[in-house]
Write a protein that binds this ligand. Structure first.
Ligand code: 0CM
Ligand code: SF4
Length: 337
């Protein structure tokens, strides 16, 4: 028999605690392809293989590939003549391709096909002489690459606050494009502000914010709305990972932090915390999420329950220039056997 004393129930901390794990999370098809591209390039050509910029924006991925012999450089003038250089998942401008050709570098282009699609859209709108408003973050490599496709036609718009200052040649010939890894909600707010100013604004032929970015934002909304704490695994320079923290806070998470490794978790974040949710950005290896779940388990949190909001099955073929070299090496080996 129980007696109701009118007091709030005393919760057993061991049972009131929960851990929700977003699905999808972590690697997208473009990141998977880019990381494998560097790994296979190292296998095929031998170290060192140069990579222009971080292949994906993840500290652990970069460090691991460095240990295998990849050398990450900021610009092509750091690559010795005749060496092999991989272009990162975020894409490069035509000027970078031209510089590589001029310096006789062997290039492997690991640009995500969904970024390349935005480059094509930029070229199409520019060929039709549209003013293109590219929504994105200044200084991000993807924005630099896309803007470089049509520098005379593209201007960057970072937020609705920028819209008042936009000047175009013909308000009837304006189109918008975006970086692939933005917040969907923020981007739609910026588009609405642009459309108010330019009602004839043309949309991209298909979504520029990619499926992986969208899916991870939908998933984090689901696990964050009732959470005391949302841990997002990802690096500071990863746009899509940073957005997951922002989205988590927007839907009501009491706190949310971006961490590269479980070792960055501050025990104070867990004080009084029952509902923890975990996710990771599109450039994050699953082993780092496992590290966070182990950390939580060691502190008395139960096994994580996955909350799935979408299925993902997309796979991209490796860059054609790499596939060709892999095929040629296999044929040579077969002839020599
Ligand atoms: O664009 P972002 O900074 O989110 O890059 P990332 O390397 O973290 O994620 C994958 C991509 C792309 C393009
Ligand atoms: Fe491609 Fe999207 Fe992944 Fe970027 S986040 S690499 S655009 S699939």
């Amino acid at each position: 028999m129980t007696t109701d004393l009118g007091l709030p129930p005393v919760l057993d901390p061991a049972t009131a605690r929960s851990v929700l794990l977003a699905a999808p999370r972590g690697y997208c098809a473009g990141v998977d392809r880019a990381v494998i591209t560097v790994e296979k390039s190292l296998d095929l050509y031998g170290a060192p293989v140069y990579v222009r910029k971080e292949i994906v924006h993840n500290k652990h991925v970069v460090t691991t590939l460095e240990e295998r012999g990849a050398i990450f450089v900021e610009e092509l003038d750091e690559v010795p003549p005749g060496a092999t250089v991989v272009f990162s998942a975020h894409g490069v401008s035509p000027a970078v391709h031209a510089e590589a050709a001029e310096r006789s570098l062997k290039t492997i282009d690991a640009t995500c096909p969904l970024v390349t699609k935005v480059h094509h859209e930029a070229k199409r709108f520019a060929a039709d002489d549209y003013d293109i408003l590219l929504i994105g973050h200044a200084g991000h490599e993807e924005v630099e690459g896309t803007a470089g496709e049509a520098p005379d036609h593209i201007q960057l718009v970072e937020s609705p606050a920028d819209v008042a200052g936009i000047v175009v040649r013909d308000p009837a010939k304006v189109a918008w494009l975006s970086q692939t890894t933005l917040s969907v909600d923020e981007t739609m707010a910026t588009v609405a502000a642009i459309r108010e100013k330019f009602p004839l604004l043309l949309d991209p032929p298909s979504d520029d914010i990619c499926y992986a970015t969208q899916n991870r934002q939908v998933a984090v909304k689901e696990i964050a709305k009732d959470a005391d704490l949302v841990l997002v695994v990802g690096s500071r320079n990863s746009s899509n990972s940073v957005r997951l923290v922002e989205v988590a806070l927007e839907v009501g998470a009491k706190a949310s932090y971006l961490i590269d490794y479980a070792s960055e978790i501050d025990d104070a974040w867990l004080e009084g915390v029952e509902k923890v949710s975990v996710t990771s950005g599109a450039s994050v290896p699953e082993e780092l999420v496992d590290g966070v779940l182990s950390y939580l388990a060691e502190r008395g949190y139960p096994d994580a329950q996955a909350v799935r909001t979408a299925e993902e099955s997309l796979i991209f073929a490796l860059p054609p220039e790499l596939r060709r070299d892999i095929r040629a090496a296999a044929e040579l080996a077969a002839r020599q056997a």
